[in-house]
Design a protein around this ligand. Structure first.
Ligand code: NDP
Length: 276
């Protein structure tokens, strides 16, 4: 599915270029976290596949907040840059909120800026955070109707859980959000027609916590001691009860990147209109 989306986006990027609009993405990484490095490389690779111009800024671990904000200010002003992405997490000396708030909302392809978060809340948005957007595509493209379904999200982060809840709600799901203080978690997950697991704990959701025929979306990416990647869902037990399930690796990860490409093309169009 992610490949098909990227192929479509490639054609769209070509059309935009023919009309004089060149989409461009700036990716900023601070420090040398190996997982972040992998994600940034994948994003750059996807840009090349789709035909999006990309620039990478690899900053040292001890970069100050002021230096990072100054770079964002410069990128905000540049016409060739349609989208700006700051890879999270950031080192301790940098306040994430200040950084996210500094990105021009029209270039905020991650949709983390409070303006874009607010727009998602009211249901009138340009950008949707890439992971929840990718999950919605997975569900809808698989022919699964969300309307009236019990949707249980485990995890309430600003990146995944919270925006996910809004998107499912806008699609008329009945949404429950669980977190570390939730009591009787299995009781909630067992009710779900659709489960989204975004916890960051390997094999946390097991088959016995899932209702027969449920749709299971596994967002988690956990690297084990033997370097293997596993999700938040115990795949072997869950697949026996689920009607549909996403794997890790694969599944949500590639869809997230495809949605980043989609948001960058959208940003190119929006910023081009603004310039006129
Ligand atoms: P966070 O650490 O920000 O959030 C984790 C959430 O899980 C929190 O809301 C936390 O609750 C909740 N939680 C922790 N322990 C429990 C528990 N025992 N019972 C119920 N809930 C619990 O993580 P993210 O949302 O950023 O990411 C989640 C996972 O998804 C990670 O593995 C991450 O690597 C992966 N990820 C994958 C992406 C992809 O493209 N596939 C993109 C983004 C993330 P509380 O709020 O109470 O602390």
């Amino acid at each position: 599915m992610s490949k098909r989306i990227k192929d479509e986006l490639k054609k769209e990027a070509e059309k935009l270029k023919n009309s004089g609009i060149v989409p461009g993405l700036a990716v900023i990484i601070v420090g040398d976290d190996p997982a972040s490095r992998v994600y940034v490389n994948n994003k750059k690779k996807a840009c090349a596949e789709v035909g999006i111009y990309s620039e990478e800024y690899a900053l040292a671990e001890d970069t100050s907040e002021d230096e990072l904000l100054a770079l964002i200010d410069r990128l905000n002003c540049r016409k060739e840059i349609s989208g700006i992405l700051v890879q999270l997490p950031l080192p301790k000396q940098i306040n994430e909120e200040n950084v996210i708030g500094r990105i021009d909302p029209k270039k905020d392809v991650d949709a983390f800026h409070p303006v874009n978060v607010g727009k998602i809340m009211v249901g009138n948005y340009d950008f949707v955070p890439c992971t929840p957007a990718g999950i919605m595509e997975l569900i809808k493209e698989s022919g699964i109707d969300i309307s009236g379904k019990e949707c249980v999200i485990v995890g309430r982060s600003n990146i995944v859980g919270k925006p996910m809840s809004m998107l499912l709600l806008h699609s008329n799901g009945t949404v429950t959000i669980c977190h570390s203080k939730t009591r009787n978690l299995a009781e909630k997950t067992k009710r779900a027609d659709i489960i989204v697991a975004a916890v960051g704990k390997p094999n946390f959701i097991t088959g016995d916590m899932i209702k027969e025929e449920a749709v299971v979306i596994d967002v988690g990416i956990n690297r084990m001691a033997d370097k293997k990647l596993v999700g938040d869902v115990e795949f072997e037990t869950a697949e026996k009860v689920a009607s549909a399930i996403t794997p890790v690796p694969g599944g949500v990860g590639p869809m997230t990147i495809a949605m980043l490409m989609k948001n960058t093309l959208k940003a190119a169009v929006i910023n081009n209109k603004e310039d006129k």
